[in-house]
Design a binder for this molecule. Structure first.
Ligand code: Q9C
Ligand code: ZN
Length: 781
């Protein structure tokens, strides 16, 4: 048998357990673990300490089941769980935990011998001749490839590893029938023929004598992760498990899934932790119909799934995977399906789906926990999905979800069958969970027509149930014929064909590319003119003392009367030093302050300096009285977005002005429906966000804006504040720019009619140029 040696007793025997109260013996801080230089405070500004060598990993004595723990300590010292838990900010001591289950659930040699599953009703393509048995794609190497890559990147070392346990039969019973649990338990003692016969009663299922044990571990790993997050031991995490879960139903295995890991985690979070609102985001390329069925009448679980659908011609061929399945009874509106009717969906399509469909509903729902059915078969290269989203896209999806539920995100692996693509995408997800900024997205940010049709029909189906979608232009549009090929997309790839080979080499060169620019050694620096001892900062946020040279600062200040004063000059010098650190790639993000009277001039200098010292495209989000400098070149290198005042106006494609919404609901639709689509479409390499005179933005709103703008420009965001801003505002922005989750806004009020109107007007003006604003396809006359 192909199974690894540990067999059924592996769970208990071969575990490396290191709990939060018992910090990982591997030691070292974020910098140390990666061999990065450790930033240190100094009177000359931030400066770099000596780089540290990576520490060796503690050998795991050949354990096949390895659920261990690892911390990302803040600021260079290992923090014990309990001490950290009592810290003033109440932040979690660890950012991310990793639960994994490495047992070989299936034996390909064994499973390959079985007969094909019974044919399903509905249209389906004939099986391709000469293909290896489909069960071979769901193989143990998926986990080892992902874990190896995490280790190689130094990411695993930054995580706390949790030990998996088998879910109890009572826990399985939270979503499965006792008869079904017994049935699967019995498979442990069946012979090969019997296993094959039983497997044949389900669709795409291959039982093995170890299946029961492995599937209980997979469910148990998810429970461990949810417990760790909800008790505050960690902020978030990823459970690397197999078999996957989201197709599994109350009394049925399906699509490689035996027990529904994420559904069990959700039911457990409700039952054991008393949660009332759980968001499940299923980004696997298949419809998690199992999760949908289990919660379709339950308003406490909002289930979102996008999936390859092709008008019902793709597995599992279900009518109820379409956008008009929205839940039942009390659960009406709590099932959200986004069916993709063409293959080739990419970064722009996925981000548009989040901005225009998932996130408006998610903010309105206000979840206490986010569970992710994290299948990576929706990534480029996957033979099942045939989609084109690059691994970086999963960093963005993760980052966008981290603004919800105070950052409590538990991702659980589902599908993902291209080992290279899977490993990269898993790394992107974990890196983002650890708080690193997402790498910029590649490719044109233009959603295709078919994606827009899907997003629009899902919005139309959900509109009756969600305030955030009402009063918007969500009337149903006639669907165009399904035969047309997506805008600018290559045709679907046929395995082995020339197109496929070309795509494969393009993919491998894409994936092989080493990251040429090293991560900045300082993630966030704060340059304040009046150091405030009441400012509470995470220990790894650097307080910058240094300034640019006096003559240089004076030269930049000369054209501006308001910069003549000494205070203004001092502030400008510090800002210039910080900005240069960002442009040189030494600092990722920062905060600078300026006297209110000099805010506009300082921003003007920052923009010019940014554009003349290396930024190709600069996004400036200016709140309050900060006019775009009239003599700034209109060359498309800067996008100026002013949020203040009374009127909405698109003065040009690169100069947009909109009123600051009064209600939280209006603020959210402004950010999701205008600011981020423009920002993602512009693809800046530097972002300035300035809170100028009369900005009127509340702290939590400012934090949310900053957290979401961090998705742009690889997180190269400089926030400019007024000197007399509260230390609370500076503190919250520093923490968010440094990767902490913003506080959740709570139940959101509805947008005012004026806010809705302003937004609709601007979108109408700007949609032709900025395609990311669109959430409906263009009607062709
Ligand atoms: N024999 C997950 O990605 N394909 N499951 C069935 C009909 C099954 C995918 C084709 C694909 C299951 C978790
Ligand atoms: Zn899948």
């Amino acid at each position: 048998m192909g199974r690894l040696g540990n067999g059924r007793s592996g769970g208990a025997a071969a575990t490396t357990r290191v709990g939060p109260g018992d910090p990982a013996p591997l030691g070292g801080d974020r910098g140390g673990a990666n061999g990065e230089a450790e930033p240190q405070r100094s009177s000359e500004g931030w400066r770099l300490g000596a780089p540290r060598l990576p520490r060796p990993l503690v050998p795991r004595s050949g354990a096949e089941l390895a659920i261990a723990t690892r911390s990302r300590a803040r600021g260079g010292t290992q923090v014990r769980g309990e001490e950290a838990g009592s810290q003033a900010r109440g932040a979690s001591p660890f950012d991310c935990s990793l639960a994994s289950c490495l047992l070989r659930a299936w034996d390909p040699a064994h499973a390959g011998a079985r007969r094909p599953p019974a044919p399903q009703a509905g249209p389906r393509p004939p099986a391709a001749p000469g293909r290896s048995p489909e069960c071979e794609i769901e193989r143990p190497e998926r986990l080892t490839a992902a874990l190896d890559r995490l280790r190689q990147r130094g990411l695993e070392q930054r995580c706390l590893r949790l030990s998996a346990r088998e879910a109890s039969e009572e826990e399985l019973g939270l979503v499965h029938s006792p008869e079904y649990v017994s049935l699967v338990r019995e498979t442990q003692v069946l012979g090969k023929e019997e296993l094959q016969a039983l497997s044949g009663q389900f669709d795409a299922i291959y039982f093995h004598p170890s299946t029961f044990h492995c599937a209980r571990l997979a469910a148990g790993a998810g429970l461990q992760l949810v417990d760790a997050v909800l008790t505050g031991a960690v902020q978030n995490g990823l459970a690397l498990v197999r078999p996957p879960g989201h197709h599994s139903q109350r009394a049925a295995a399906n699509g490689f899934c035996v027990f529904n890991n994420v559904a069990i985690a959700a039911a457990h979070a409700k039952q054991k932790h008393g949660l009332h609102r759980i968001l499940v985001v299923d980004w696997d390329v298949h419809h998690g119909q199992g999760i949908q069925y289990l919660f379709e009448d339950d308003p406490s679980v909002l289930y979102f799934s996008w999936h390859r659908y092709e008008h019902g011609r793709f597995w599992p061929f279900l009518r109820e995977s379409d956008a008009d399945a929205v839940g039942r009874g009390q659960g009406l509106g709590f099932t959200v399906n986004l069916p993709w009717n063409q293959v080739g969906m990419g970064n722009a399509d996925y981000v548009a789906a989040f901005l225009h469909l998932l996130l408006p509903l998610a903010f309105e729902f206000d979840p206490e926990l986010v569970l992710v059915s994290a299948g990576f078969d929706s990534a480029i290269g996957d033979p099942e999905g045939q989609m084109q989203a690059t691994p970086e896209c999963f960093a963005h999806l993760t980052q966008l979800l981290q603004v919800l539920a105070g950052g409590r995100v538990c991702a659980v692996l589902e599908g993902g069958y291209h080992l290279e693509s899977l490993a990269e995408s898993v790394c992107m997800t974990v890196q983002t969970l650890l708080g690193d900024p997402a790498p910029p997205l590649s490719g044109p940010m233009v959603p295709c027509q078919s994606a827009l049709e899907s997003i629009q029909s899902a919005r139309a189906a959900q509109a009756p149930h969600w305030k955030s979608l009402q009063h918007q232009d969500v009337t149903a549009v006639p669907m165009s014929p399904s035969s047309h090929s997506p805008e600018g997309r290559p045709p679907p790839l046929l395995p082995g064909g020339p197109v496929c080979k070309a795509a494969a080499s393009a993919l491998s060169s894409l994936l092989d590319q080493p990251c040429l620019c090293p991560a900045p050694s300082v993630r966030t620096a704060v340059a304040l003119t009046t150091p405030d001892i009441t400012l509470v900062l995470p220990p790894d946020v650097i307080q910058q003392e240094a300034s640019a040279l006096r003559e240089e600062t004076e030269a930049w200040a000369r054209p501006h009367e308001s910069l003549a004063r000494e205070e203004a000059l001092t502030a400008l010098g510090k800002l210039l030093y910080l900005l240069d650190g960002m442009l040189d790639g030494q600092v990722n993000s920062g905060i600078a302050a300026t006297p209110a009277s000099a805010a506009a001039a300082t921003l003007d200098v920052a923009v010019r300096r940014g554009l003349s010292h290396g930024a190709q495209r600069l996004l400036c989000v200016a709140l309050g009285q900060l006019d775009r400098p009239p003599d700034l070149a209109h060359d498309g290198r800067s996008l100026w977005l002013n949020i203040r005042g009374k009127e909405a106006a698109a003065l040009s494609m690169f100069h947009v002005s909109t009123p600051l919404p009064v209600m939280t609901g209006g603020f959210l639709s402004c950010v999701l429906g205008l600011v981020l689509p423009l920002a993602y479409g512009f693809q800046p390499d530097l972002v300035l966000v300035a809170l100028g005179p009369g900005h009127g933005l509340q702290g939590p709103h400012a934090a949310l804006l900053a957290a979401m703008l961090r998705g742009l420009a690889g997180g190269r965001v400089l926030a400019l504040l007024e000197e007399d801003s509260t230390p609370q505002l500076a503190g919250i922005l520093a923490r968010v720019l440094n990767g902490e989750a913003p506080p959740s806004l709570g139940p959101s009020s509805v947008a005012s009619p004026e806010d809705v109107q302003a937004l609709m007007y601007l979108r109408g003006q700007l949609e032709p140029q900025w395609k990311m604003l669109q959430c409906h396809p263009h009607l062709v006359a």
